[in-house]
Unconditional design. Sequence first.
Length: 151
Amino acid sequence: MAAPVVKIRYMRADRDSDIPLPRYMTPHAAGMDICAAVPEPVDMGPGDIVLIPTGFAVAVPPEYEAQIRPRSGLALRHGITLINAPGTIDADYRGEVMVPLINLGRTLFTVRRGERIAQMVINQICQVRLNVVPRLDETERNTGGFGHTGV
């Protein structure tokens, strides 16, 4: 099966062409790293939420989505993650990809221009039809929810 083609464009080519486009950092990476297209460094104190521009827009093919996910190194070392992880870019969205970061760490973190801040994973999806029924089939788990299997 051929890989789907995702069209991409710089939002401000005259200003952001120095920002690397999303790219796989290793041959078997699932996600492409996304870089910050901030004009100036952005300081994030503990608990701060900031919306970081990426400088690009994508045209995800129908029946696919782009998920925006945290980078594990930033999360582990600095407590930087996405407030809505994972974020979804739908196939019909054509605006700039923006990354809502939150600082869950204990110290100031500075987002710098061109820094890798998130990753983008392209997934095939399907839209389902809902069928309203009076009751659902029972299972062994049934209504067991949060923590139902123990600690």
